[in-house]
Design a protein around this ligand. Sequence first.
Ligand SMILES: Nc1ncnc2c1ncn2[C@@H]1O[C@H](COP(=O)(O)OP(=O)(O)O)[C@@H](O)[C@H]1O
Ligand SMILES: [Mg+2]
Length: 279
Amino acid sequence: MSQEPAICIRGLVFHYGEDIPALNGIDADIADNTYLAIVGQNGSGKTTLVKHLNGLLKPSAGSVTVYGIDTRSATVGQLAHTVGYAFQNPDHQIFCATTREEIAFGPRNLGLTESEVASRAQETLAAFGLTPFADVPPAVLGYGLRRKVAVAAVYAMRPRVLILDEPTSGLDRRSADELLALVDALHREGHTIILVTHDMRLVAEHCQEILVIHEGLILDRGPTREVFRHVDVLAQAQLLPPQITRLAGRLGDVGIPPDVLNIEEFCAAVHTRLRRKPQ
Ligand SMILES: Nc1ncnc2c1ncn2[C@@H]1O[C@H](COP(=O)(O)OP(=O)(O)O)[C@@H](O)[C@H]1O
Ligand SMILES: [Mg+2]
């Protein structure tokens, strides 16, 4: 892990037009090799924020630097070597004639040899369960599969920073878990992961820290366990902690800690409680 933050965001303001800014002064450092969730209501500015991290959008004011490179002075192509962004809407990303080509496109642009590109595509198709669709145009696949193709195409580049914008919308629970297991493996290898999602269970099970966006501003930021204790702050952004955390929160009177994040922690707390000798 490097000491230098992966991304520094300073005073970031962004206007799409004349009206209210979509981002209204964002300051944040994103550490190298963190696993950050970005959460917030629809329209709060999540996509606008992450599109600044790979240079798709340039600040109206303030700055974004990625490993020391100011995004205003780099092209999206240059930044793509470092930051991979899987679009919220896969149809804004997918354009190749076959799924295999779609997945090979990024690695080829990184300058890998054709045999490396082919093996990277083959591996990625297999990892995402897309091999049966390798020779099919991705545009004709169902929504869940198009989502997987969009994520796989970015994943195949093994970018130092991987940004996934609602990657599990339209996926069933098992596919969502399988997809995030692949992302977790990249995180363990040292990559920085930024996950935009509405699924608080996934945040609790995968992410180290949470950044809450509300009306173009940061409403909260901190380690996952800590932010999920800020129930009132989350409520301002129409968010709720995961169900298991809320259940634990109701059982404080019987000795269950209020900040459990998953079923394993919940069961461990119950077992500890049951084993305790009666007073
Ligand atoms: N292309 C666009 N043109 C104009 N306004 C936009 C555009 N994209 C998003 N917005 C507006 O910017 C705000 C933030 O949107 P967005 O970043 O997409 O939020 P989120 O990803 O959190 O749902 C919203 O008010 C949205 O309507
Ligand atoms: Mg969005």
